[in-house]
Design a protein around this ligand. Structure first.
Ligand code: AP5
Ligand code: MG
Length: 215
């Protein structure tokens, strides 16, 4: 199974990917996470991407498609792929088709998380994650069950993303509307798009996604 989770910043792509990994043993391929790891490690890709990400703009198509190409090549054919935050432009959508074909894979579902943009700013400015294992939390919607301690690994090293401020979020949303939303009609023409109400509770969204995967 190969699926794309599509939706603006804060729609819940990362949160739902983590659930799919746990429930179905799929692999999450998040270009945002890969780029943040590259920034942290100070690699040439990270050095190029850092300022672009802090402005909320898109990193070049060549860089992100190369990251996906490498990651998919390292996966066994039996492992399902969740594309989180990729593709984000028409050129990336074309590149993904070529990468999948090269690996003998095909897209099964493109799942669009439908959300209300105004609520997303609150979601994003309340987000934090575990610096040790990456588990995602929200100040009010999804706090750790024991305050100050990660549910998944017990660490108390929590982080906030440098691009999670209101100004940058607005730029990220504008980028989504201008460059990413236009790739949907191409997938619709192939009959593989499903829509989920991303404003529901995390479990309700997860159930809706599982319903699509089982269909
Ligand atoms: P990326 O890391 O992909 O960020 P994004 O698309 O802006 O999406 P987010 O990670 O902010 O949101 P999400 O949908 O994963 O939501 P989450 O589950 O965390 O990209 C960052 C940057 O990298 C880009 O701006 C760009 O510069 C670069 N980049 C990455 N990929 C690229 C590409 N392909 N091409 C070019 N550049 C690229 O949820 C958000 C919060 O809400 C969390 O706190 C969570 O706990 C909470 N929450 C989630 N679901 C719910 C719910 N149902 N109810 C209540 N709260 C919820
Ligand atoms: Mg994410």
């Amino acid at each position: 199974m190969n699926i794309i989770l599509l939706g603006p910043p804060g729609a819940g792509k990362g949160t739902q990917s983590a659930g799919l990994v746990e429930r179905h043993g799929m692999r999450q391929l998040s270009t945002g996470d890969m780029l943040r790891a590259a920034v942290k490690a100070g690699t040439p890709v990270g050095l190029k991407a850092k300022a672009v990400m802090e402005r909320g703009e898109l990193v070049s198509d060549e860089i992100v498609s190369a990251l996906i190409d490498d990651e998919l090549a390292s996966m066994g054919p039996e492992t399902g792929a969740i594309f989180d935050g990729y593709p984000r432009t028409a050129a990336q959508a074309d590149a993904l088709d070529a990468i999948l074909a090269k690996n003998g894979r095909a897209l099964d579902h493109v799942i669009e998380l439908e959300v209300n943009e105004d609520a997303l700013v609150e979601r994003i400015t309340g987000r934090f994650s575990c610096g040790n294992c990456g588990a995602l939390y929200h100040d009010t919607a999804n706090p750790p069950s024991e305050p100050g301690k990660c549910d998944a690994c017990g660490s108390s090293d929590f982080r906030r993303r440098p691009d999670d401020n209101e100004e940058t979020v607005r730029t990220r949303m504008a980028e989504y509307r201008a460059k990413t939303a236009p790739i949907l009609p191409g997938y619709e023409a192939r009959g593989i798009v499903s829509r989920v109400d991303g404003m529901g509770a995390i479990d309700a969204v997860a159930n809706a996604i599982d319903g699509i995967l089982a269909s």
